[in-house]
Design a protein around this ligand. Structure first.
Ligand SMILES: [Zn+2]
Length: 411
């Protein structure tokens, strides 16, 4: 058996950074280097149908070894790409064995220090083996920890036929970090009933909720004149836009003032000239009614500002972006129940939580594959301080194996 750590160390050294400015798919050809490698490894394990399709997705099946014929087909999914925010080239992973809790100074940039109290969950890891990068790159635990865990679980299942399971599907996607991870996925070909992304943070966590998300674009048409002869006529669209931003609530309903289950109204782009200006917002909430309330408030603020500019007008356009996957998961309670059982079987206290963002799982859920997110142990995502512990990765492998068994037992 190859350890999950060995696999992980191998995968993080393959640069798979995705590119938000690319029009091709996958956004960077180098992501295929890992996808191709994974197919070779799965084939070596005996997963004979493992292959990469023309878009860079890896599909594979571990066939059922159970006499039962009505076991739902379960998919485990991770993404091969890493964030465009930080370099993923020439990653030098370092294993800090039996970590004693002291500061971990990364050797290639000593200003990069992992310190208890500054990094979430790090204080839980004393005595464990922590993997970090060397200071100049991210580690890529997001989501190569998940990839390694799924392959390690596949190896375990194939080597232990006494562990009964139904058909298990494996899906490795490109371009999750640039929001395109589900763009070319073929769910008919995948043929799974339910899925789990393995891309979560702390050990024991299971995420069944994401934000619901809309975008709002406000286009402001001012009244433009020659500035030398503008008295009593000019209504400058730039100033109207600034007034709208200034009228947003202070100290509430913003990303910088909210947490947990609170949503927000967040301006992300502003451009224009005196005649015409646009403001782009993202609106986030865990419920659709909460989204609509925030949009109504933004509309009301806009209309109020416009009363000072009688010659000007606005267009207010709302566009749906994604929805809270809980809407779908609530219709399939066994998906969450079985995952909670699998986490408990691994001797862990399950923690059900929500994600203040979207996931590929939320998109997959609405595409017909209900798909919550299980922990992979990855921490400090998209940063040079990214870390994961070997012990958490091993527990994630155990949870994946348990989950395969739970679905078989309950069928
Ligand atoms: Zn991820």
């Amino acid at each position: 058996m190859t350890s999950v750590l060995e696999r992980f160390l191998r995968y993080v050294q393959i640069d798979t950074q995705s590119d938000p400015n690319s029009e091709s798919f996958p956004s960077t050809a180098k992501q295929r280097n890992l996808s191709n490698q994974l197919v070779v490894e799965l084939q070596e394990l005996g997963v004979t149908d493992a292959h990469v399709d023309e878009h860079g997705y890896v599909y594979a099946t571990i066939p059922s070894n159970s006499d039962k014929t009505d076991i739902p087909v379960i998919c485990f999914c991770s993404h091969v790409d890493t964030s465009p925010d930080v370099s993923g080239a020439y990653v030098k992973p370092i294993v800090h064995h039996n970590w004693d809790g002291s500061d971990i100074v990364l050797p290639d940039d000593t200003s990069q220090v992992l310190r208890i109290g500054e990094l979430h969950d790090l204080d839980q890891q004393i005595g464990n083996d922590i993997v970090t990068a060397s200071g100049t790159t991210l580690l890529g635990a997001d989501n190569k920890a998940g990839v390694a865990e799924i392959v390690a679980a596949a190896e375990f299942l194939l080597a232990n036929p006494a562990v009964k399971h139904g058909d298990i599907k494996i899906l490795f996607t490109p371009d999750e970090e640039v929001g395109r991870g589900t763009e070319k996925v073929d769910l008919v070909k995948l043929g799974a009933d339910y899925g789990y992304t393995v891309d979560g943070e702390a050990i024991g966590t299971l995420e069944d909720e994401t934000f619901s998300a809309d975008g709002v674009k406000i286009t402001i048409h001012g009244v433009s004149t020659h500035p030398g002869y503008a008295i009593g006529k000019l209504e400058n669209a730039l100033k109207i836009a600034a007034d709208i931003l200034a009228a947003l609530p202070k100290g509430s309903l913003s990303p910088e003032s909210t947490e947990d289950k609170q949503g927000f109204i967040h301006p992300v782009q502003m451009e224009g000239i005196q005649e015409k200006a646009t403001l782009v917002f993202i609106i986030r909430d865990f419920s659709v009614s909460g989204l609509h309330k925030k949009e109504a408030l933004l509309k009301q603020i806009t209309d109020q500002v416009l009363t000072n500019y009688p010659g000007s007008s606005v267009e207010f356009k709302v566009q749906e972006q994604y929805r809270n996957m809980k809407e779908i998961l609530d219709q399939h309670p066994q998906v969450i129940e079985n995952a909670l059982s699998a986490i408990k079987m691994a001797g862990l206290d399950p923690i059900l939580q929500s994600i203040r963002g979207g996931t590929d799982g939320s998109r997959l859920s609405f595409m017909g594959l209900p798909c919550p997110n299980i922990f992979a142990g990855e921490h400090a995502f998209h940063s040079r301080l990214e870390w994961v512990s070997v012990q958490d990765m091993e527990k994630a492998v155990e949870v994946i194996v348990n989950l395969c068994q739970v679905w078989e037992q309950k069928a």
